[in-house]
Design a protein around this ligand. Structure first.
Ligand code: DAH
Length: 357
């Protein structure tokens, strides 16, 4: 019995896992186990022998059972410890960057434009997309008979049949925000106004809704020279090339006098557009000195104040900067397109941290 005891206690102590332990239990105290067989032999013994051997065998069986139970507990404690060690996590580690959706190029470019102009002291102003025809046209020196009104392919809002006031419009440009900024804050002013505009037009380069950014600077002595500097500074920062060259071409807008359209030097070598070099010119915006009538419409005295304004297509400069060929894809909500042309959602464009990455 001492041999049995030593054999099993040693084997139990050495068991490395629960199935080895279960095999040992069957071998020792299972139905046909060594100790169980010994207990069966008790029947063949004399009463005296049995009185000695019975309690001894029972004690051995108990000892082995409790060694099995203790080892089982120890193995499962060790397994738990091992798991806890493996699943350990350092909550002080920095977070892993994970891409959560993407930023649409229009949003990205709007942020970039805003960051650049903010650095030059321009605040962001907003106006309604459903606009009075007065703000959209008349206040900007575009009277009812003016061809610009007809040219703009305006969406008109509905009016009740007995309501003969002029209908509101979906704003055809961001220029009405010039008037609203003048009304709201008076002079001096330095704002940009990014936002959606609408025209009934649809082809590869036109969508019924698109985006513009308006600029307006009013002060005592603002001139065309300031306009030129601001736009050059903007283009250098936005296109991220030092040698930008702009061409100011005389033009006409009802709301500015004089007016200029601005072209940027570029090349189209091998079908890819390069900004800042080459022999081609690409029109990027309209601009000029704010017309005295426009200042008056905004309740600003043109004898005391003057300034410049400009209007630029956000979608257009986004296409130019990021080489996006088709405007219509901007508004298709195609996830594959967004993943390709989109921007990481947690990278805010800033002048110090980088505009685009
Ligand atoms: N509003 C014009 C358009 O949508 C763009 C524009 C041209 C805005 C000249 C201006 C400007 O402020 O001075 O076509």
């Amino acid at each position: 019995m001492d041999d049995l005891r030593d054999k099993y206690l040693a084997a139990i102590a050495n068991a490395g896992d629960e199935s080895t332990l279960e095999d040992l239990r069957v071998q020792a105290v299972g139905k046909k186990g060594e100790i169980s067989l010994k207990m069966r032999e008790l029947g063949k013994m004399t009463p005296e022998e049995r009185q000695i051997m019975g309690p001894k065998l029972n004690a051995l069986k108990d000892e082995i059972n409790s060694a099995l139970a203790a080892k089982k507990q120890a193995l499962s404690d060790a397994a738990l410890d091992e798991r806890l060690r493996a699943e350990w996590l350092d909550v002080t580690l920095p977070a892993r960057g994970r891409r959560m959706g993407t930023i649409h190029p229009v949003s990205q470019v709007t942020e970039e434009v805003t960051a650049i102009f903010a650095d030059m002291g321009f605040a962001v102003a907003e106006g309604p997309q459903v606009e009075s025809d007065w703000h959209n046209f008349d206040a900007l020196n575009i009277p009812g008979h003016h061809p610009a009104r007809a040219e703009m392919d305006t969406f008109y809002m509905h009016r009740a049949a007995d309501d003969d006031r002029p209908p509101h419009v979906l704003r055809t440009h961001t220029s009405p925000v010039q008037i609203r900024s003048m009304e709201a804050q008076g002079a001096p002013i330095r704002v940009i106004c990014p936002g959606r505009v609408y025209r009934a037009d649809y082809d590869q380069t036109h969508t019924p809704m698109f985006h513009q950014v308006e600029g307006l600077a009013i002060d005592k002595d603002i001139s065309m020279a300031n306009l030129k500097w601001v736009l050059e500074e903007f283009c250098r920062a936005f296109f991220e090339v030092d040698g930008v060259e702009l061409r100011f071409r005389a033009s006409h807008f009802p709301f500015t006098e004089p007016s200029a359209e601005v072209d940027i030097r570029c090349s189209w070598a091998d079908g890819t557009l390069k900004i800042g070099e080459g022999d081609d010119w690409l029109e990027i915006l309209g601009s000029g000195m704010v017309h005295p009538k426009v200042l008056m419409a905004g309740d600003i005295d043109p004898a005391a104040w003057q300034g410049f304004a400009f209007g630029m297509g956000i979608d257009r400069i986004a296409m130019l900067k990021y080489g996006i060929p088709d405007l219509r894809a901007f508004f298709d909500s195609d996830l594959r397109w967004l993943r390709h042309y989109g921007f990481a959602s947690l990278d805010q464009p800033t002048l110090h941290g980088g505009l685009s990455r």
